[in-house]
Design a protein around this ligand. Structure first.
Ligand code: DOR
Ligand code: ZN
Length: 454
């Protein structure tokens, strides 16, 4: 038998371990065999990985793809081009688009646009607001991966539902079997301090960070864990930024609540001093925290409390980010920055530094995100019969992101510009198709497809 594609002479890494001189055979988009390099079938095309590490495709379950409606910032095509170039084979888009994804028609539009434009596989969350609790079953039926509530105001100004409405939403989401994630910052606390800081003329980038205290994050985590425990619904904490919030997640898990959590590479890489060095470029919500909070976040990540790594990839224009005046009035700047192409390098750098094992990286960046959001084992595994999504990485290459304009996003502002890494993705394969290799995106818009979940 001749298959479509064989990858051989690789070190195949999964959460279960490393297999040297191994390979994977792919036919019709799925994995048909795994084995020693010499034992694989003949193929139309063979990729000699030359000892590189091959892992189940990296999954980013937190990107702001911006389409529909905010295409001037980014769109499905540009986001998934960046994903392919960053070694990411599946992305999940956030619902703070225009329109917001609060009804089946909006979700269907977002999916249609993705089918036409995406280079890698994709999905989307639906948002829950005060207005649409009754539409949760329809959003589920329309194929949303899961649900999101913005507890505190952030980019897009999606209003938070009241606590009572959140309880009703949890009851409805429980029936869908899907997970409900949060932007977990207490809105009343952060709004209060923002008003106070603005009135006092505190307008430096670090003031923005301090106006959103860790307490607002921790309280939101604790309250949602309390609610979810009552309603018996699975919940998720997006972009956990602090040790205190991670501690609260740990306590919830100890109590037996089905609470999962993610953090982003920028919280593991930087401390708040980056706001003094790079200004509003590093402005993000929740903010990058103090050294103490950062170190305690690392402790909980190392202890396994944080399930997933995801970027919060959030493109904005140079003007919106005040690139020409990075230390200008922070209240005139917007929060968020791109991350799709620096996440694998950042995580591999932590591996190089001995802060985590390759197997742990694969677990947090592929297997676990797929499990948390109901895409496993179709995604996040290297099992026979599952989607042939592979990321091939060079774990030794030392390099520096000298110029952010080399990134593939439509807008490229990132605090990772100027940072040095060890490791990067060099080949990205989505359902057997090579979408990125040798520094070039080789796929076409529309190659990606929606991940089907029931
Ligand atoms: O910094 C952020 N940017 N935090 C969010 O919650 C939203 C995101 C965006 O959409 O730009
Ligand atoms: Zn986000």
């Amino acid at each position: 038998m001749t298959v479509d594609l064989v990858v051989k002479h690789a070190t195949v890494v999964t959460p279960d371990g490393k297999v040297p001189d191994a390979g994977i055979a792919i036919d019709d988009g799925t994995i048909v065999s795994l084995g020693r390099s010499g034992q694989l079938p003949d193929a139309e095309r063979t990729i000699d990985a030359n000892g590189s590490v091959v892992v189940p495709g990296v999954i980013d379950t937190h990107i702001h793809n911006r389409e529909p409606g905010l295409e001037y910032k980014g769109d499905w095509e540009s986001a998934t081009r960046a994903a392919a170039a960053g070694g990411v084979t599946t992305v999940v888009g956030m619902p703070n688009t225009d329109p917001v994804i609060d009804r089946p028609e909006a979700l269907e539009l977002k999916f249609e646009r993705g089918e036409a434009a995406a280079h890698v596989d994709f999905q989307s969350y639906a948002v829950v607001t005060s207005e649409n609790v009754d539409r949760i079953p329809a959003l589920d039926a329309a194929g949303a991966l899961g649900f999101k509530i913005f507890l505190g105001s952030t980019v897009g100004d999606v209003p938070a539902p009241t606590d009572g409405e959140i309880l009703d939403a949890m009851t409805a989401i429980r029936e869908t079997g899907k997970r409900l994630g949060f932007h977990e910052e207490n809105g009343e606390i952060i709004d209060h301090y923002e008003r106070q800081y603005r009135a006092a003329g505190k307008n430096r980038p670090i003031d923005h960070a301090h106006s959103r205290p860790v307490l607002a994050e921790r309280e939101a985590v604790e309250r949602m864990i309390t609610f979810a425990s009552d309603r018996d619904v699975p919940i998720h904490m997006f972009h956990v930024s602090s040790g205190d919030a991670a501690d609260a997640v740990a306590r919830g898990k100890e109590r037996g609540v089905d609470v999962t959590a993610e953090t982003a590479p920028h919280y593991l890489w930087f401390t708040e001093s980056v706001l003094e060095e790079k200004g509003n470029v590093a402005r993000v919500q929740p903010p990058i925290r103090s050294t103490d909070q950062h170190e305690r976040l690392w402790e909980q990540f190392s202890a396994g409390v944080i399930d997933c790594i995801a970027t919060d990839h959030a493109p904005h224009t140079d003007e919106e980010k005040l690139v020409d005046d990075p230390f200008g009035d922070t209240w005139a700047a917007i929060s968020g920055f791109v991350g799709l192409e620096t996440q694998v390098p950042a995580m591999l750098t932590f591996v190089d530094e001995g802060r985590l094992e390759l197997e742990e990286w694969v677990y947090h960046h592929s297997t676990r995100p797929a499990q948390v959001w109901g895409m496993y084992p179709q995604k996040g595994s290297l099992r026979i019969g599952t989607d042939a999504d592979l990321t091939i990485v060079d774990t030794d290459e030392a390099w520096t992101l000298e110029d952010r304009h080399a990134l593939h996003s439509k807008n490229t502002v990132t605090p990772f510009e100027g940072e040095s890494f060890v490791g990067r993705a060099h080949t990205t394969i989505v359902r057997g198709q090579v979408v990125y290799e040798d520094g070039r995106v080789t796929g076409e818009p529309g190659d990606g497809t929606r991940v089907d979940v029931d």
